[in-house]
Ligand binder design. Structure first.
Ligand SMILES: [Zn+2]
Length: 202
């Protein structure tokens, strides 16, 4: 069953050398909140108990972050079985690989992160998949967790002219189709240097 090569991979330093990514059945403690565009691995170990302890420790020592233990298997992240630590269920968090077309700065849109860690591309008119092996598909639900994806929400902040951001005079409410920017300059100031810009000083 166990060939000499299998044993070699138990030795972490060798595993890393042979596989610069992660070893099969390597436990990774990852940050699950807040999510970044690449998953942050805070600890790696081939020992499930060791990894799980480290995970709990990380959670205790960070008030605003969450961590979870995952097992790397078949090129994907899995949730380890509670007691056994063997791959139990495919993890929502994965190392998504973005297709190069969407990485470039002239791509007409933004890469966004779903709450489940999935990366997608919000273009001018539609939401697209942007992964290496699945790109250019128009989607409205997350292929990973089935959450509804929002096109760029036009919330109030979007209408705040850059000159007015943070200004206490800013009003911004709509009266019919007309937006009242502020009492001093009802239709706003033309550039970023409004002479009446004011901030609250506590
Ligand atoms: Zn999702």
């Amino acid at each position: 069953m166990d060939t000499p090569t299998d044993f070699i991979f138990l030795e972490e330093s060798i595993a890393k050398k042979c596989n610069p990514k992660f070893g099969d059945r390597e436990y990774l403690v990852i940050q699950t909140y807040p999510l970044g565009k690449t998953i942050r691995v805070v600890y790696r170990s081939y020992d499930y108990c060791d990894a799980d302890q480290k995970c709990q420790l990380e959670s205790l020592s960070h008030d605003y972050s969450c961590f979870a233990t995952r097992i790397y298997h078949d090129g994907k992240l899995w949730i380890p079985g509670n007691m056994s630590g063997i791959p139990y269920k495919i993890s929502e968090e994965q190392f998504w690989e973005i297709h190069p077309d969407y990485k470039s700065s002239d791509a007409d849109g933004e890469i966004e992160i779903c709450d489940c860690s999935y990366l997608y591309f919000v273009g001018r008119t539609s939401i697209l998949t942007c992964l290496k092996n699945d790109n250019g598909r128009s989607i409205n639900i997350c292929p990973n967790c089935a959450a509804t994806l929002q096109e760029e929400e036009e919330d109030d902040d979007d209408f705040v002219p850059s000159a007015c951001r943070g200004c206490t005079n800013y009003h911004g409410d709509f009266y019919g189709d007309i937006q009242l920017i502020c009492a001093i300059h009802p239709s706003g100031w033309s550039d970023d240097n409004c002479p009446d810009f004011s901030v609250d000083i506590d």
